[in-house]
Design a binder for this molecule. Structure first.
Ligand SMILES: [Zn+2]
Length: 251
């Protein structure tokens, strides 16, 4: 057992035996780990093990089994996210995506920082749909998917009104559209924005603002990228898709 202090995000918790809980934390120092909390309801940890909580945890890490949380400080629940069903659904989805993207016990401080920052900006009121799209694009690499949205796969020219080809797994410029009859027929704005999203830094996240129809086109294309290249089926994503359908009916 190793005792240490680490910042951590609660990904989820679940019942374990009669009144205990298992809590999955994404820790900054040691990746994702499962923690055992005895008598969870009566425990002083009760409030801090709710999903979408970030805190500094004092933990005992066990390399071969369950780990334990001894104490915590600097708790910051994401208040605005928890008060809004839409924000909450998107935040839950990006946490599930981060959980799926890397194996447990693998240290990934960059992903931890990116998740914490994205959740903080969602909580602050930035566009959660756009933040989610950026998160999805930047996470593709973690799933082993490396796509170039910067240049034509045939002639390597840049800065043109590109389309995407699933057959070539890359962009086609107008001179090479005819290489793939079943190219995606995207609005050229879509690959342009995805190219920007791939290399966006934290500071730039604030400056992104998109129209609704652009967001809808990006959503459709990013969904097809995940379907074709990642093949992930997350319950939290299905929930977002259902929410969107209900939203349409209400309009
Ligand atoms: Zn070309």
């Amino acid at each position: 057992m190793i005792s240490k202090e680490t910042r951590g995000i609660v990904l989820y918790n679940r019942e374990f035996r009669e009144s205990d809980k298992l809590v999955k934390l994404f820790t900054e120092t040691d990746g994702k780990r499962m923690f055992f909390v005895k008598q969870a309801a009566q425990s002083k940890l009760a409030a801090v093990i709710q999903p979408l909580t970030v805190a500094d945890f004092l933990v005992k890490l066990n390399l071969n089994g369950l780990s334990y949380i001894d104490d915590f400080r600097e708790v910051a629940p994401y208040k605005a996210i928890n008060a809004d069903l839409f924000k909450l659904s998107y935040a839950t989805y990006i946490m599930a995506l981060a959980d799926a993207a890397i194996p447990d016990n693998q240290v990934d401080t960059a992903l931890f920082a990116f998740l914490e920052k994205t959740l903080a900006l969602m909580d602050e009121g930035l566009d959660y749909e756009v933040l989610t799209l950026i998160f999805e694009i930047q996470l593709l690499e973690r799933f082993g998917v490396q796509l170039n949205f910067h240049e034509c796969v045939c002639c390597h020219r840049i800065g043109l009104p590109f389309d995407f080809s699933f057959r070539y797994s890359g962009l086609l410029c107008p001179a090479h559209y005819d290489q793939d009859r079943s190219r995606a027929h995207l609005n050229p704005n879509v690959p342009y924005l995805i190219d920007r999203f791939q290399s966006l830094s934290f500071d730039e996240l604030r400056s992104i603002s998109l129209k609704d129809d652009t967001k809808a086109q990006l959503r459709q294309f990013v969904d097809s990228l995940y379907e074709d290249y990642v093949g992930l089926r997350l319950k939290s994503k299905a929930f977002i898709d259902d929410l969107a359908k209900w939203g349409d009916i209400m309009k």
